[in-house]
Design a protein around this ligand. Structure first.
Ligand code: FAD
Length: 380
Protein backbone atom coordinates (compact mmCIF):
# COMPACT_ATOMS: atom_id res chain seq x y z
CA UNK A 1 0.00 0.00 0.00
CA UNK A 2 1.34 3.44 -0.77
CA UNK A 3 0.22 7.05 -0.97
CA UNK A 4 1.11 9.94 -3.25
CA UNK A 5 0.67 13.47 -1.98
CA UNK A 6 1.72 17.01 -2.72
CA UNK A 7 3.28 17.19 0.73
CA UNK A 8 4.03 14.48 3.27
CA UNK A 9 4.38 15.72 6.84
CA UNK A 10 6.28 13.60 9.34
CA UNK A 11 4.86 14.36 12.78
CA UNK A 12 1.54 15.74 13.98
CA UNK A 13 2.79 18.04 16.75
CA UNK A 14 2.31 21.83 16.58
CA UNK A 15 4.73 22.24 13.63
CA UNK A 16 3.21 19.44 11.55
CA UNK A 17 -0.43 20.36 12.23
CA UNK A 18 0.23 23.99 11.32
CA UNK A 19 1.85 23.08 8.01
CA UNK A 20 -0.91 20.60 7.25
CA UNK A 21 -3.71 23.04 8.07
CA UNK A 22 -2.27 25.75 5.81
CA UNK A 23 -1.52 23.47 2.88
CA UNK A 24 -4.88 21.69 3.08
CA UNK A 25 -6.70 25.05 3.23
CA UNK A 26 -4.89 26.02 0.05
CA UNK A 27 -6.17 22.85 -1.64
CA UNK A 28 -3.03 20.72 -1.59
CA UNK A 29 -3.19 17.00 -0.98
CA UNK A 30 -1.33 16.58 2.27
CA UNK A 31 -0.75 13.72 4.72
CA UNK A 32 0.42 13.77 8.33
CA UNK A 33 2.11 10.57 9.46
CA UNK A 34 2.56 10.20 13.24
CA UNK A 35 3.65 7.22 15.26
CA UNK A 36 1.50 8.14 18.25
CA UNK A 37 -2.14 7.44 18.97
CA UNK A 38 -3.84 10.80 19.59
CA UNK A 39 -4.60 12.34 22.02
CA UNK A 40 -0.98 11.74 23.05
CA UNK A 41 1.25 13.08 25.79
CA UNK A 42 4.21 15.39 25.18
CA UNK A 43 6.51 16.43 28.00
CA UNK A 44 6.14 20.21 28.22
CA UNK A 45 5.61 23.05 30.67
CA UNK A 46 2.68 24.15 28.50
CA UNK A 47 3.45 27.88 28.77
CA UNK A 48 2.29 29.85 25.75
CA UNK A 49 3.18 33.47 25.08
CA UNK A 50 1.32 36.34 23.43
CA UNK A 51 2.97 35.73 20.04
CA UNK A 52 1.80 32.10 20.27
CA UNK A 53 -1.82 33.10 20.81
CA UNK A 54 -1.57 35.53 17.87
CA UNK A 55 -0.41 32.82 15.47
CA UNK A 56 -3.04 30.39 16.76
CA UNK A 57 -5.65 33.01 15.99
CA UNK A 58 -4.22 33.61 12.53
CA UNK A 59 -3.82 30.00 11.39
CA UNK A 60 -6.45 28.10 13.37
CA UNK A 61 -8.97 30.90 13.63
CA UNK A 62 -9.17 30.60 17.42
CA UNK A 63 -8.36 33.61 19.58
CA UNK A 64 -7.73 33.65 23.33
CA UNK A 65 -11.46 33.64 24.16
CA UNK A 66 -12.02 30.72 21.83
CA UNK A 67 -9.02 28.82 23.26
CA UNK A 68 -10.38 29.45 26.75
CA UNK A 69 -13.92 28.39 25.79
CA UNK A 70 -12.61 25.17 24.26
CA UNK A 71 -10.70 24.44 27.47
CA UNK A 72 -7.35 24.63 25.64
CA UNK A 73 -6.04 27.50 27.77
CA UNK A 74 -6.45 26.13 31.27
CA UNK A 75 -4.66 28.73 33.40
CA UNK A 76 -3.57 32.37 33.09
CA UNK A 77 -1.35 34.58 35.17
CA UNK A 78 -0.25 38.16 34.66
CA UNK A 79 2.52 37.70 37.21
CA UNK A 80 5.74 35.76 37.30
CA UNK A 81 8.46 35.13 39.81
CA UNK A 82 12.26 34.97 39.38
CA UNK A 83 14.37 33.32 42.03
CA UNK A 84 18.09 32.80 42.43
CA UNK A 85 18.37 29.53 44.34
CA UNK A 86 16.30 30.11 47.49
CA UNK A 87 16.68 33.87 47.15
CA UNK A 88 13.61 35.58 45.65
CA UNK A 89 14.69 38.21 43.13
CA UNK A 90 11.19 39.45 42.61
CA UNK A 91 7.53 38.76 41.95
CA UNK A 92 6.76 40.85 38.92
CA UNK A 93 3.79 41.87 36.84
CA UNK A 94 3.52 41.28 33.11
CA UNK A 95 1.41 43.52 30.89
CA UNK A 96 0.15 40.44 29.06
CA UNK A 97 -0.77 37.23 30.91
CA UNK A 98 1.23 34.04 30.58
CA UNK A 99 -1.10 31.27 29.50
CA UNK A 100 -0.94 27.52 29.98
CA UNK A 101 -2.12 24.56 27.96
CA UNK A 102 -2.07 20.81 28.48
CA UNK A 103 -0.27 19.36 25.47
CA UNK A 104 -2.58 16.34 25.38
CA UNK A 105 -5.52 18.63 24.56
CA UNK A 106 -3.58 21.32 22.69
CA UNK A 107 -1.88 19.03 20.16
CA UNK A 108 -5.06 17.02 19.56
CA UNK A 109 -6.99 20.25 19.01
CA UNK A 110 -4.50 21.38 16.34
CA UNK A 111 -4.42 17.97 14.68
CA UNK A 112 -8.22 17.96 14.45
CA UNK A 113 -8.10 21.43 12.89
CA UNK A 114 -5.71 20.07 10.25
CA UNK A 115 -8.04 17.10 9.62
CA UNK A 116 -11.03 19.45 9.32
CA UNK A 117 -9.12 21.51 6.79
CA UNK A 118 -8.77 18.36 4.66
CA UNK A 119 -5.41 16.89 5.66
CA UNK A 120 -5.19 13.09 5.66
CA UNK A 121 -4.10 11.94 9.10
CA UNK A 122 -2.34 8.62 9.64
CA UNK A 123 -1.62 7.92 13.29
CA UNK A 124 0.08 4.91 14.87
CA UNK A 125 2.26 4.89 11.73
CA UNK A 126 5.93 5.00 12.67
CA UNK A 127 8.34 6.29 10.04
CA UNK A 128 11.42 4.12 9.94
CA UNK A 129 13.20 5.28 6.78
CA UNK A 130 13.37 8.25 4.48
CA UNK A 131 14.71 8.87 1.00
CA UNK A 132 15.11 12.61 1.39
CA UNK A 133 16.04 13.32 -2.22
CA UNK A 134 12.75 11.80 -3.43
CA UNK A 135 10.62 13.08 -0.51
CA UNK A 136 9.65 9.52 0.28
CA UNK A 137 9.19 7.73 3.58
CA UNK A 138 8.68 4.16 4.67
CA UNK A 139 6.72 3.19 7.78
CA UNK A 140 7.02 0.27 10.17
CA UNK A 141 3.85 -1.20 8.64
CA UNK A 142 5.75 -1.30 5.33
CA UNK A 143 3.82 1.49 3.67
CA UNK A 144 5.52 3.97 1.35
CA UNK A 145 4.37 7.60 1.21
CA UNK A 146 5.72 9.90 -1.45
CA UNK A 147 5.30 13.63 -1.90
CA UNK A 148 6.54 16.48 -4.04
CA UNK A 149 7.90 17.71 -0.72
CA UNK A 150 8.51 16.13 2.66
CA UNK A 151 8.26 18.19 5.84
CA UNK A 152 10.21 16.80 8.78
CA UNK A 153 8.20 17.95 11.80
CA UNK A 154 8.85 14.84 13.83
CA UNK A 155 10.36 16.53 16.85
CA UNK A 156 13.73 16.59 18.56
CA UNK A 157 14.48 12.90 17.91
CA UNK A 158 13.46 13.28 14.27
CA UNK A 159 13.77 10.09 12.22
CA UNK A 160 13.77 12.19 9.06
CA UNK A 161 16.81 14.16 10.29
CA UNK A 162 18.74 10.92 10.82
CA UNK A 163 18.72 10.40 7.05
CA UNK A 164 19.97 13.93 6.28
CA UNK A 165 23.55 15.18 5.90
CA UNK A 166 23.61 17.64 8.81
CA UNK A 167 26.27 18.62 11.34
CA UNK A 168 25.71 15.96 14.02
CA UNK A 169 28.51 17.18 16.29
CA UNK A 170 27.12 20.72 16.48
CA UNK A 171 23.69 19.28 17.14
CA UNK A 172 24.91 17.11 20.01
CA UNK A 173 27.02 19.88 21.52
CA UNK A 174 23.94 22.00 22.14
CA UNK A 175 21.46 19.46 23.40
CA UNK A 176 19.80 19.85 26.76
CA UNK A 177 18.16 17.29 29.01
CA UNK A 178 14.93 17.89 30.86
CA UNK A 179 12.96 16.09 33.55
CA UNK A 180 9.41 16.87 34.59
CA UNK A 181 7.20 15.87 37.48
CA UNK A 182 3.57 16.94 37.42
CA UNK A 183 1.84 17.09 40.79
CA UNK A 184 -1.83 17.22 41.60
CA UNK A 185 -2.20 20.73 43.03
CA UNK A 186 -3.49 19.26 46.31
CA UNK A 187 -0.24 17.26 46.71
CA UNK A 188 2.08 20.24 46.24
CA UNK A 189 3.13 21.79 49.55
CA UNK A 190 1.88 25.26 48.58
CA UNK A 191 -0.37 27.01 46.10
CA UNK A 192 1.26 27.95 42.78
CA UNK A 193 -0.49 30.80 41.00
CA UNK A 194 2.16 32.13 38.62
CA UNK A 195 5.10 30.78 36.60
CA UNK A 196 8.18 30.61 38.80
CA UNK A 197 11.75 30.31 37.50
CA UNK A 198 14.69 29.19 39.66
CA UNK A 199 18.15 30.10 38.42
CA UNK A 200 21.57 29.49 39.95
CA UNK A 201 21.21 25.75 40.53
CA UNK A 202 22.78 25.00 37.14
CA UNK A 203 25.56 26.49 35.04
CA UNK A 204 23.35 26.69 31.92
CA UNK A 205 19.72 25.95 32.58
CA UNK A 206 16.97 26.47 35.10
CA UNK A 207 14.18 24.90 37.13
CA UNK A 208 10.52 25.82 36.62
CA UNK A 209 7.37 25.56 38.68
CA UNK A 210 4.32 26.32 36.57
CA UNK A 211 0.65 26.51 37.51
CA UNK A 212 -2.00 24.57 35.58
CA UNK A 213 -5.64 23.67 36.18
CA UNK A 214 -5.57 21.39 39.22
CA UNK A 215 -1.87 20.67 38.71
CA UNK A 216 1.61 21.98 39.39
CA UNK A 217 4.15 21.33 36.64
CA UNK A 218 7.74 21.22 37.84
CA UNK A 219 10.78 20.61 35.69
CA UNK A 220 14.46 21.10 35.11
CA UNK A 221 16.33 21.73 31.88
CA UNK A 222 20.04 22.21 31.28
CA UNK A 223 22.66 22.09 28.57
CA UNK A 224 24.24 18.61 28.76
CA UNK A 225 27.84 19.71 28.30
CA UNK A 226 27.70 22.16 31.22
CA UNK A 227 25.82 19.93 33.64
CA UNK A 228 26.70 17.46 36.34
CA UNK A 229 24.43 16.03 39.04
CA UNK A 230 21.38 16.97 37.01
CA UNK A 231 18.84 14.66 38.64
CA UNK A 232 20.34 15.23 42.12
CA UNK A 233 19.91 19.00 41.66
CA UNK A 234 16.25 18.55 40.78
CA UNK A 235 15.60 16.19 43.69
CA UNK A 236 17.29 18.61 46.13
CA UNK A 237 15.20 21.45 44.76
CA UNK A 238 11.96 19.50 45.23
CA UNK A 239 12.99 18.62 48.79
CA UNK A 240 13.61 22.33 49.43
CA UNK A 241 10.03 22.89 48.24
CA UNK A 242 8.78 20.51 50.91
CA UNK A 243 8.35 17.36 48.79
CA UNK A 244 9.33 14.34 50.85
CA UNK A 245 11.18 11.58 49.00
CA UNK A 246 10.86 12.97 45.42
CA UNK A 247 12.98 10.06 44.13
CA UNK A 248 9.97 7.78 44.63
CA UNK A 249 7.72 9.86 42.33
CA UNK A 250 7.47 8.76 38.67
CA UNK A 251 9.32 11.25 36.47
CA UNK A 252 9.96 11.56 32.76
CA UNK A 253 12.91 12.94 30.83
CA UNK A 254 13.09 14.27 27.30
CA UNK A 255 15.75 16.00 25.21
CA UNK A 256 15.40 19.67 24.30
CA UNK A 257 17.23 21.48 21.48
CA UNK A 258 18.94 24.31 23.33
CA UNK A 259 20.83 26.59 20.97
CA UNK A 260 21.50 24.10 18.18
CA UNK A 261 19.03 25.40 15.60
CA UNK A 262 19.97 24.64 12.02
CA UNK A 263 20.74 27.74 10.01
CA UNK A 264 19.71 25.87 6.87
CA UNK A 265 17.13 23.15 7.54
CA UNK A 266 16.50 22.61 3.79
CA UNK A 267 17.72 19.45 2.06
CA UNK A 268 16.26 19.65 -1.43
CA UNK A 269 12.70 18.38 -1.36
CA UNK A 270 12.92 17.51 2.35
CA UNK A 271 12.74 20.43 4.78
CA UNK A 272 12.60 20.53 8.58
CA UNK A 273 10.48 22.64 10.95
CA UNK A 274 10.12 23.01 14.72
CA UNK A 275 12.15 20.84 17.11
CA UNK A 276 13.35 18.62 14.25
CA UNK A 277 15.38 21.64 13.08
CA UNK A 278 16.29 22.61 16.65
CA UNK A 279 14.33 25.86 16.34
CA UNK A 280 13.73 26.58 20.02
CA UNK A 281 14.54 29.80 21.90
CA UNK A 282 17.90 29.19 23.62
CA UNK A 283 17.38 30.93 26.97
CA UNK A 284 14.00 29.75 28.25
CA UNK A 285 13.51 26.86 25.80
CA UNK A 286 10.28 28.21 24.32
CA UNK A 287 9.46 25.89 21.42
CA UNK A 288 5.70 25.85 20.82
CA UNK A 289 5.67 29.24 19.13
CA UNK A 290 8.69 28.41 16.98
CA UNK A 291 7.12 25.10 15.94
CA UNK A 292 3.91 26.89 14.88
CA UNK A 293 5.75 29.73 13.15
CA UNK A 294 8.27 27.58 11.26
CA UNK A 295 5.51 25.12 10.33
CA UNK A 296 3.62 28.08 8.92
CA UNK A 297 6.56 29.64 7.06
CA UNK A 298 7.46 26.30 5.55
CA UNK A 299 3.93 25.52 4.37
CA UNK A 300 3.54 28.98 2.85
CA UNK A 301 6.95 28.69 1.19
CA UNK A 302 6.12 25.31 -0.33
CA UNK A 303 2.77 26.58 -1.61
CA UNK A 304 4.48 29.61 -3.16
CA UNK A 305 7.26 27.46 -4.60
CA UNK A 306 4.74 25.15 -6.28
CA UNK A 307 2.71 28.12 -7.61
CA UNK A 308 5.70 29.98 -8.99
CA UNK A 309 7.60 26.84 -9.99
CA UNK A 310 10.51 27.90 -7.80
CA UNK A 311 12.50 26.28 -5.03
CA UNK A 312 10.65 26.91 -1.70
CA UNK A 313 13.97 26.93 0.15
CA UNK A 314 14.67 30.57 -0.72
CA UNK A 315 11.27 31.72 0.60
CA UNK A 316 11.61 29.70 3.82
CA UNK A 317 15.17 30.86 4.53
CA UNK A 318 14.23 34.46 3.80
CA UNK A 319 11.60 34.46 6.54
CA UNK A 320 13.69 32.46 9.00
CA UNK A 321 16.57 34.89 8.54
CA UNK A 322 14.35 37.94 8.82
CA UNK A 323 12.08 37.03 11.72
CA UNK A 324 13.27 33.94 13.60
CA UNK A 325 17.03 33.59 13.63
CA UNK A 326 17.80 37.12 14.90
CA UNK A 327 15.64 36.39 17.96
CA UNK A 328 17.44 33.11 18.58
CA UNK A 329 20.87 34.73 18.12
CA UNK A 330 20.15 37.50 20.60
CA UNK A 331 18.49 35.20 23.11
CA UNK A 332 21.58 32.98 22.89
CA UNK A 333 23.80 35.98 23.66
CA UNK A 334 21.59 36.99 26.55
CA UNK A 335 21.68 33.49 28.01
CA UNK A 336 25.48 33.35 28.01
CA UNK A 337 25.67 36.84 29.47
CA UNK A 338 23.36 35.79 32.29
CA UNK A 339 24.81 32.32 32.81
CA UNK A 340 28.45 33.48 32.79
CA UNK A 341 27.79 36.51 34.94
CA UNK A 342 26.01 34.42 37.58
CA UNK A 343 29.36 32.73 38.26
CA UNK A 344 30.89 36.10 39.15
CA UNK A 345 27.98 38.13 40.42
CA UNK A 346 25.73 35.33 41.78
CA UNK A 347 22.18 36.63 41.92
CA UNK A 348 23.17 40.25 41.18
CA UNK A 349 23.15 39.81 37.37
CA UNK A 350 19.53 38.59 37.46
CA UNK A 351 18.63 41.15 40.09
CA UNK A 352 19.86 43.99 37.89
CA UNK A 353 17.92 42.69 34.88
CA UNK A 354 14.67 41.65 36.51
CA UNK A 355 14.39 44.31 39.22
CA UNK A 356 14.86 47.20 36.83
CA UNK A 357 12.68 46.18 33.89
CA UNK A 358 10.37 43.27 34.70
CA UNK A 359 7.61 44.36 32.30
CA UNK A 360 10.00 44.89 29.40
CA UNK A 361 11.52 41.45 29.93
CA UNK A 362 8.06 39.88 30.03
CA UNK A 363 7.24 41.74 26.79
CA UNK A 364 10.41 40.26 25.30
CA UNK A 365 9.32 36.72 26.17
CA UNK A 366 5.84 37.44 24.79
CA UNK A 367 7.38 38.60 21.50
CA UNK A 368 6.18 42.19 21.71
CA UNK A 369 9.79 43.25 22.19
CA UNK A 370 12.84 41.68 20.66
CA UNK A 371 15.64 39.81 22.40
CA UNK A 372 17.73 42.34 20.46
CA UNK A 373 18.07 45.27 22.90
CA UNK A 374 14.37 45.03 23.82
CA UNK A 375 13.42 46.88 20.66
CA UNK A 376 9.80 46.69 19.50
CA UNK A 377 9.32 43.42 17.61
CA UNK A 378 7.05 42.96 14.63
CA UNK A 379 6.19 39.43 13.54
CA UNK A 380 4.71 39.12 10.07
C1 FAD B 1 10.28 19.32 29.49
C2 FAD B 1 9.95 20.30 28.38
C3 FAD B 1 9.22 21.43 28.71
C4 FAD B 1 8.88 22.34 27.68
N1 FAD B 1 8.11 23.43 28.02
C5 FAD B 1 7.75 24.29 27.05
C6 FAD B 1 6.89 25.38 27.37
O1 FAD B 1 6.43 25.55 28.49
N2 FAD B 1 6.57 26.25 26.36
C7 FAD B 1 7.04 26.08 25.09
O2 FAD B 1 6.73 26.92 24.22
N3 FAD B 1 7.83 25.05 24.76
C8 FAD B 1 8.19 24.13 25.69
N4 FAD B 1 8.95 23.05 25.36
C9 FAD B 1 9.34 22.85 23.96
C10 FAD B 1 8.17 22.28 23.13
O3 FAD B 1 7.61 21.18 23.80
C11 FAD B 1 8.65 21.85 21.73
O4 FAD B 1 9.47 22.84 21.19
C12 FAD B 1 7.46 21.59 20.79
O5 FAD B 1 6.72 20.49 21.22
C13 FAD B 1 7.96 21.34 19.35
O6 FAD B 1 6.89 20.99 18.53
P1 FAD B 1 7.12 20.06 17.22
O7 FAD B 1 5.83 20.02 16.51
O8 FAD B 1 8.32 20.54 16.51
O9 FAD B 1 7.50 18.62 17.78
P2 FAD B 1 6.69 17.63 18.76
O10 FAD B 1 5.70 18.37 19.55
O11 FAD B 1 7.72 16.84 19.46
O12 FAD B 1 5.90 16.69 17.75
C14 FAD B 1 6.59 15.72 16.97
C15 FAD B 1 5.63 14.62 16.56
O13 FAD B 1 6.35 13.72 15.70
C16 FAD B 1 5.96 12.40 16.00
N5 FAD B 1 7.05 11.49 15.61
C17 FAD B 1 8.30 11.45 16.12
N6 FAD B 1 9.03 10.50 15.52
C18 FAD B 1 8.20 9.91 14.60
C19 FAD B 1 8.35 8.84 13.69
N7 FAD B 1 9.50 8.16 13.56
N8 FAD B 1 7.30 8.50 12.89
C20 FAD B 1 6.14 9.18 12.99
N9 FAD B 1 5.92 10.18 13.87
C21 FAD B 1 6.94 10.56 14.67
C22 FAD B 1 5.70 12.40 17.51
O14 FAD B 1 4.83 11.36 17.89
C23 FAD B 1 5.09 13.79 17.71
O15 FAD B 1 3.68 13.76 17.69
C24 FAD B 1 9.30 22.12 26.34
C25 FAD B 1 10.05 20.97 26.04
C26 FAD B 1 10.36 20.06 27.03
C27 FAD B 1 11.14 18.81 26.68
Amino acid sequence: MSGKYDVIIAGGGPAGSTSACILAQKGYKVAIIDKAKFPRKKLCGGLITYKTTKILEKIFNCDVDCLRDQGIINFESAEYSINYRDHKIRDAASTIPFRFVDRVDFDYFLLQKAANAGAHIFTEEEIIACNYKDAEIKTKSNRIYKGKYLIGADGVNSTIRKFLPYDKEKWKANMASTIEIIFDAKDYPREVTKPELYIGHLRAGYIWVFPAKGKVVTGIGALNRCTTNFKRTYMDFLKSQGIANPESIPMKGYPLPYGNYMKNPCFGRTILAGDAAGIVEPLFGEGIFYALQTGRYLAESIARGIMENKNPEQFYLERLNKYVFPELQYSNRLRWTLFYSQRLLKHMSFKIAFKSMPKLLADMVHGVRSYKFLLKKEWD
